[in-house]
Design a binder for this molecule. Structure first.
Ligand SMILES: [Zn+2]
Length: 304
């Protein structure tokens, strides 16, 4: 029997801070009718403009995926979109009173929790499914980036990351069944290298970061002076580097949590196709630019 579309049973809200903007605000998920898709509505802007979560509305992939229409933007949509796809939700209207989705703990966990609290409602209409008939590939050889999709019985993912740094190593993550998303992928948090974080902090580019919402990898020697400065920046009594090369802000949930988070981002970005996909997705060193370029390629090939 064909799978049916899904929405939520009642409205539910989540509040928190935006990582890049530092703004505090709320999002509210509302049930939506069949074939509505996923849409955002900026309720803090005159006339409450609606922005469809579709690939054509992506305006930036710099440190997160940003949608924009007529100058109205929504930053950092990927973890929220992954939670919807992870739960099989097709139709929802998301009110937001600021220009960035709250970062929460840097994963999809809090969105999943809220959506499950609202309850999932199965609708009458059949899900729209993009069945992959032949291999599609996107590659940036000089950056060792490659994403492919091949025909398969159902949707599955495998991700490999290798930044040629000892502290992270080569990591793999797979997802063979979307039913495992909630436990295996959703809690996996975003990560950053310390030198990138210092650059972002020094240039005032992460205003909502308190380093409880990212795993910080340290791939160089750090002096005590620097650690003291970091503890001030992060508003923590002390900062130290753990043996395995991560800052003492958090413990890893999984050894390959970074690779799992890249898989989470990939699911979030591919949600912008506005279709469920049937095929096996394999990604090497994926990022938001790669993910969205790949989604555009699929969109042009199959949906335009
Ligand atoms: Zn992410």
């Amino acid at each position: 029997m064909a799978e049916r579309q899904k929405t939520i049973k009642q409205a539910v809200s989540v509040s928190g801070k935006g990582l890049h903007t530092g703004q505090h605000g709320s999002i509210t998920f509302h049930p939506a009718p069949e074939n509505h898709g996923i849409k955002f509505r900026r309720i803090d802007v005159d006339q409450h403009p609606v922005i469809d979560a579709v690939i054509g509305n992506v305006i930036s992939t710099d440190r997160g995926t940003t949608l924009g229409v007529n100058g109205v933007r929504i930053y950092t949509i990927e973890h929220l979109l992954a939670s919807l796809t992870g739960l099989g939700i097709d139709n929802v209207l998301i009110d937001i009173d600021m220009e960035e989705i709250p970062i929460m703990d840097g994963s999809s966990y809090f969105f999943i929790e809220a959506l499950e609290k609202a309850g999932i409602q199965t609708q009458e209409a059949e899900k729209r499914i993009l069945v992959i008939k032949e291999k599609v590939e996107f590659e940036i050889p000089e950056k060792k980036i490659k994403v492919t999709i091949e025909p398969a019985e159902k949707l599955s993912f495998s991700v490999e990351i290798d930044y040629e740094t000892k502290v992270l190593g080569k990591q793999f993550a797979t997802l063979d069944n979307m039913a495992d998303f909630k436990n295996e992928i959703a809690p996996c948090r975003t990560f950053v290298f310390l030198h990138e974080l210092e650059f972002l902090l020094n240039n005032n580019l992460v205003k909502g970061g308190n380093i409880n919402n990212a795993i910080v990898f340290v791939n160089k020697l750090v002096s005590q002076d620097e650690l003291d400065r970091l503890s001030k920046l992060f508003n923590k009594p002390s900062v130290e580097v753990k043996e395995i090369g991560i800052l003492n802000n958090i413990d890893l949930y999984f050894k390959n949590e970074p690779a799992r988070h890249k898989l989470l981002d990939l699911i979030g970005d591919l949600t912008l196709l506005g279709m469920n996909i049937q095929g096996h997705v394999k990604a090497e060193r994926p990022g938001h630019y790669t993910n969205t370029q790949f989604a555009k390629l699929l969109d042009q090939k199959y949906l335009s």
